[in-house]
Design a protein. Structure first.
Length: 223
């Protein structure tokens, strides 16, 4: 019997160390910019706070990790992603980036490459991806705006990932729902943003288990 004590103690220690990981809630990692970080909005009024409340209220165990940063570009988000994936091991990665690239008139090919790489890294980490589409004002000309918007649909089709066509659908351009800068939604616009995301994300969360991700969803298939 005494010979079994070291083994029993070792098993007990291993169970103690692994229990928190086994019971941890699945993570939804949100990688975004000021539209998701809550620029100018109280924490209680943000659409991201309402998303966590919606998840909990509807019985989902998922925990939202909001890694959004005001002023973030696709390049900046991509640079932070590997560490976030390693730290949180998310089941889902929601990518809401690129808006600041477009507003600054950055090279579209680079924005496309950054977003493609973000999807690819997420899939390599065995996470599912939801891509959030963006639109920009026509300040830089209609051709640039159309090509910018096409980035999201092209990547979604090529990588076979679900997408929200436009985060600010029904909000952008609607003065009562926007802050005075005309770029950021105010507190009244947050519920509409939540619904834009939830319309796509909600049904996706009904899928069971990360093992159901098809292998070809883990790598971007470039055309």
């Amino acid at each position: 019997m005494f010979r079994l004590l070291p083994s029993l103690l070792l098993c007990s220690l291993l169970l103690h160390l692994t229990a928190p990981f086994a019971n941890d809630r699945p993570v939804i990692l949100l990688l975004g910019d000021s539209l998701s970080s809550g620029y100018g909005i109280a924490l209680s009024d943000r659409w991201t706070t309402a998303l966590q409340d919606r998840l909990t209220g509807q019985g989902f165990e998922h925990r939202l990790v909001n890694a959004s940063v005001t002023g973030e570009t696709s390049r900046g988000g991509l640079s932070r992603l590997p560490e976030l994936l390693q730290r949180h091991r998310p089941l889902w990665v929601v990518i809401e980036l690129g808006g600041n690239d477009g507003l600054r008139g950055l090279e579209l090919a680079q924005t496309r490459q950054n977003l493609q790489k973000a999807v690819q890294l997420s899939h390599a980490a065995k996470a599912r991806v939801l891509l959030i589409g963006m639109k920009i004002p026509p300040n830089l000309g209609p051709v640039y705006s159309r090509r910018f918007e096409a980035i999201y649909t092209d990547i979604a089709n090529q990588a076979i990932v679900p997408s929200v066509p436009f985060l600010l659908e029904g909000v952008a351009g609607n003065a009562p729902l926007m802050q005075t800068d005309g770029i950021h939604p105010n507190a009244k616009g947050q519920p509409a943003i939540l619904e834009n995301v939830w319309t796509v994300l909600g049904p996706l969360l009904q899928l069971q288990g990360p093992e159901s991700i098809p292998a070809d969803h883990r790598e971007i298939r470039y055309r």
